[in-house]
Structure formats: structure tokens, C-alpha cells
Design a protein around this ligand. Structure first.
Ligand SMILES: NC(=O)C1=CN([C@@H]2O[C@H](COP(=O)(O)OP(=O)(O)OC[C@H]3O[C@@H](n4cnc5c(N)ncnc54)[C@H](O)[C@@H]3O)[C@@H](O)[C@H]2O)C=CC1
Ligand SMILES: O=C(O)[C@@H]1CCC=N1
Length: 270
């Protein structure tokens, strides 16, 4: 490791998610010459990054692996990659619903294996990354992963792997739920008569400003909502709709539970 970066980073898959991570690392100083991406298309990733369409005969000394392909590809990938791994090859997996036990059984020679669950805003350094490992992973490897994740945003180690599908539902999938919310806010504005393009711009700017304000506030988002709502005013009438029978809370709880359950089914091989 040099300056917090691995001597070499080997990415298996570099699509939407791993691509955002890599873009942020390079923006923060990772030398692209230290990066190899394996992707079947062989398509270029970024200036200076080596792209290969097949596995090399060996990995350079000091390689950290990032598993960034789709979860169902783990068997095929492990068959080719596991023989290249040694006890000194840290592996970080972002595969949803793929347990640490499964990773350990597929990469038996590796000692340091960490599950990470990022979300797309890591590309801006404003992401959330949940992390989990077990006692076999060394403290030095944990520190190495901490240093690698730090430029991506908020990092949270989970005490129990049981939580992993739950936090994946909240923060891993969360950007999609928020994008839906922004879209619905804009379309609701349009439905009450605001021109569509203005509704879209104003919905997005409102969500952005409100999120930034909540992030810097001394009080909770729930208290901030009450600050917007003047007694007897317009906001209270709107909140009464969202709050009736805990409508929004129930909707979001059902949403997260469905995503969590899918992660658990994937972990069972579904
Ligand atoms: N998209 C998201 O917001 C998040 C995704 N993830 C996880 O990230 C992983 C990738 O998801 P996305 O980036 O969304 O998918 P994607 O489809 O954009 O990227 C998949 C990548 O895998 C590569 N690939 C395809 N076949 C391969 C093979 N046989 N061997 C090696 N690489 C292969 C593709 O070239 C592509 O670069 C998944 O495991 C997912 O659970 C985790 C958190 C958030
Ligand atoms: O949809 C998925 O399975 C992945 C996990 C979190 C976001 N995308």
C-alpha cells in the first residue's frame, strides 16, 4: 500500500457501481496505472487504466480485488479468480445478497474478505458505504479498506451481517427510491397545473436544498418539517395527507422490506 492506495487494484466488472467508485478514487489521486479492470467487453474505462477481457496468469504483488460484477456471476468469476489469490490478497465484494460465508468458501486462500455496499453518489464523494467482515480479516486489512472507502462518503461498519440486506435496502437502493420521489414530486406539480419543465426543475432543486439543509441542521428532519408548517397554513394540510395512517411511513417500510427480502432470497440462491 502507498499513500492509502493499494499497490494494485484489480476490478472484476466496472459498470454503473464499480465505475462510480473508480472514478472517485482516480479523482482523489489513485494512479490509473495501478488499476486493472476485467470486463468481457474490453471497452476502455478511463485514461491510463488497463482493461483486460480475460484473466491474467497472475496478479501483481500487493493487489486488492474489487468484485463489481453481478451477483449471479460469482461462481464463474471465482472459478477463474480464486487460483490467483493468496493469503495476501484482500478482496472487497459489492455483490448484493452474497454472504461473507459464500465468499470465503469460493476464495478459500484469501484471508481478508470484506463485504461493502456502496451507493451511486460515491462518485461525488457523497455516497454511503456499509461494510462487514469477520474476525479472520486482519485489523491491517480493515484499516486498508477504511482508507480506500474514506473518499467515497459516509462509511458504516455493520456489527452483524444480518443487517446487511437491511442497510442495502436503505442506502444501497435508496438513491433509486429518492429519484422516484423527485420524479413523483415533479409529476404531482404538473398534475396540479405547473408547467412540466418548471415542475421538474423546482422539484429537484427543492429536494437538493432540503437535503443539504437537513444535513447541516442541529435538529432532526422531523423537526424541520414542523418549521416549514405554519399553524393553520398550507404545509400542515399537505403533511396531514402524508401522515394520515402513517401513509408515507408504511409505504417506505413496505418498500425497504421488499428490497431486503429480495436480498435474503438472493443469499439463499434465488
Ligand atoms: N447499481 C447500484 O446502485 C449498486 C450495485 N451494487 C452491486 O454492484 C454490482 C454491479 O452492479 P451494476 O454496476 O449496477 O451492474 P452493471 O451491469 O452496470 O455492471 C456489471 C459489470 O460487470 C461486468 N461483467 C459482465 N459479465 C462479467 C463476467 N462474466 N465477469 C466479469 N465481469 C463481468 C460488465 O462488463 C459490467 O462492467 C452488483 O453486484 C450489484 O449488486 C451494489 C450497490 C449499488
Ligand atoms: O438492485 C440491486 O440489487 C443493487 C443493490 C443495491 C442497489 N443495486
Amino acid at each position: 500500500m502507498t499513500g492509502g492506495w493499494p499497490d494494485h487494484l484489480f476490478l472484476v466488472g466496472c459498470g454503473n457501481m464499480a465505475g462510480q467508485m473508480l472514478a472517485r478514487w482516480i479523482a482523489c489521486g489513485l494512479d490509473p496505472a495501478r488499476v486493472t479492470v476485467l470486463r468481457p467487453s474490453g471497452r476502455a474505462v478511463a485514461d491510463g487504466v488497463t482493461v483486460v477481457a480475460d484473466y491474467p496468469a497472475a496478479l501483481p504483488r500487493g493487489t486488492t480485488i474489487l468484485l463489481g460484477m453481478k451477483p449471479y456471476q460469482i461462481a464463474e468469476v471465482a472459478r477463474a479468480l480464486a487460483p490467483l489469490c493468496t493469503a495476501d490478497t484482500p478482496i472487497m465484494s459489492i455483490l448484493a445478497g452474497t454472504t461473507l460465508n459464500e465468499l470465503r468458501s469460493r476464495f478459500a486462500a484469501a484471508t481478508d474478505i470484506v463485504r461493502a455496499m456502496p451507493n451511486l453518489p460515491v462518485g461525488l464523494g457523497q455516497g454511503v458505504v456499509a461494510l462487514f467482515t469477520d474476525d479472520r480479516t486482519s485489523p491491517a486489512a480493515r484499516s486498508h479498506i477504511d482508507a480506500l472507502i474514506a473518499p467515497l462518503g459516509l462509511a458504516e461498519w455493520m456489527a452483524d451481517e444480518m443487517l446487511f440486506n437491511r442497510v442495502t435496502a436503505l442506502s444501497g437502493c435508496g438513491p433509486a427510491f429518492l429519484f422516484r420521489f423527485v420524479d413523483a414530486l415533479a409529476r404531482a406539480g404538473e398534475a396540479i397545473g405547473i408547467p412540466a419543465d418548471q415542475a421538474a426543475r423546482m422539484a429537484l432543486a427543492t429536494v437538493q436544498g432540503a437535503a443539504n439543509m437537513a444535513a447541516g441542521a442541529q435538529v432532526s428532519p422531523a423537526a424541520l418539517a414542523d418549521q416549514v408548517a405554519s399553524p393553520g397554513g398550507m404545509t400542515r394540510e399537505g403533511l396531514n395527507i402524508l401522515d394520515a395512517d402513517d401513509r408515507l411511513l408504511v409505504l417506505l417500510t413496505d418498500t425497504l422490506a421488499a428490497a431486503r427480502d429480495r436480498g435474503e432470497a438472493m443469499a439463499r440462491g434465488g
